[in-house]
Design a protein around this ligand. Structure first.
Ligand code: G3H
Ligand code: 13P
Ligand code: ZN
Length: 313
């Protein structure tokens, strides 16, 4: 099956009260781990590449691998640029086979974010591609964020209608307390998300797909595995699964996960080398890594996001 945009996926996800998993890919084993899980569960899926992934693996390899996965599985798969930093990167992905791009103008002043996002949308829509914009910056990135500063980074529901109507974006990433990476909350801190903001955004934009970044749950067993086999990861707290499930039942149609895959891959490889110190064939240690990625992704798609069985809705 050829790559698809996210338009139909999001429409069905919104109506069905579930979310599509958007997983970051950097190499073949990650692509295969994710798409094997999606295939097993007959689920639509988004594979996304950051600018860093394009630098690491190269654009052409990533596109070819994702297209191969779509052909092999027959699933609806969208190929998305994650955190597009500028117009040129978005254009290069649109011209080069991606079906969706994010333009991340969230750190810009509001009017500059509107202008840049609209420029990307105009180009993307003329070329059959959809666009994700972002309003608000994810909280918790700085270690010593003051409450006021943190509050200021949440998405302002009063801005979302103006932003969406003036830019023409197809989906909107919002900041409600999730953050990128493994360390989302301080040790002892109770994880909390601003569901009141999500609720209000949903009311301002009925039927419109919302995106949640920084949504890894951080599997404690995998952190323990990393540390048991020689790693030194400090305590890490992610987004509780029940909160993601709740977001998926609301206006959130796309949930981004990268760190959980990184942690699973590292845990499996560390364990493998600890038990098989003499191994030097990459296939030997990448096989358990790919299998653990598949397990993690299957759990997300099925139990957390509720997207299992929805490939042919
Ligand atoms: O949100 C960012 C993603 O986790 C991608 O990270 O830029 O290190 O590839 P990266
Ligand atoms: P995590 O770091 O929580 O996996 O978030 C990934 C993400 O938002 C990619 O855009
Ligand atoms: Zn992100």
């Amino acid at each position: 099956m050829p790559l698809v945009t996210t338009t139909e996926m999001f429409k069905k996800a919104y109506e069905g009260g579930y979310a599509i998993g958007a997983f970051n890919v950097n190499n073949m084993e990650i692509v295969q781990g994710i798409t094997r899980a999606a295939k097993k569960l007959n689920a639509p899926v988004i594979l996304q590449c950051s600018a860093g992934a394009r630098k690491y693996a190269s654009h052409d390899y990533l596109v070819a691998m994702v297209k191969a996965a779509a052909e092999e599985t027959g699933l609806p798969i969208a190929l998305h640029l994650d955190h597009g930093p500028d117009f040129e990167t978005c254009k290069s992905c649109i011209d080069g086979g991606f079906t969706s791009v994010m333009i991340d103008g969230s750190s810009l002043p509001y009017e500059e974010n509107v202008a840049l996002t609209k420029k990307v949308v105009d180009y993307a829509h003329a070329h059959g591609c959809v666009v994700e914009g972002e309003l608000g910056t994810l909280a918790g990135v700085e270690d010593d964020v003051q409450v006021d500063a943190e509050a200021a980074s949440y998405t302002r529901p009063s801005e979302v209608f103006d932003f969406v109507s003036r830019t023409g974006v197809d989906s909107l990433a919002i900041a409600i307390g999730t953050s990128h990476g493994a360390y989302k909350f301080k040790p002892g801190q109770k994880p909390q998300l601003r569901f009141d903001i999500l609720e209000e955004v949903g009311q301002k934009l009925p039927g419109f797909p919302i995106v949640l970044h920084g949504a890894s749950s951080v599997n404690q067993e995998h952190i323990k595995m990393i540390n048991k086999y020689g790693g030194e990861m400090p305590d890490a707290i992610g987004i509780p699964e029940e909160m993601l499930r709740k977001a998926a039942s609301m206006a959130v149609c796309k949930i981004n996960v990268d760190s959980d895959i990184r942690i699973a891959m590292t845990a499996a490889i560390r364990k493998h080398f600890s038990e098989n110190p003499a191994h030097f064939d990459p296939r030997q240690y990448l096989t358990p890594a790919r299998e653990l990625i598949e397990e993690v992704v299957a759990h997300k798609i099925d139990v957390v996001f509720g997207a299992a069985g929805h490939a042919n809705d």
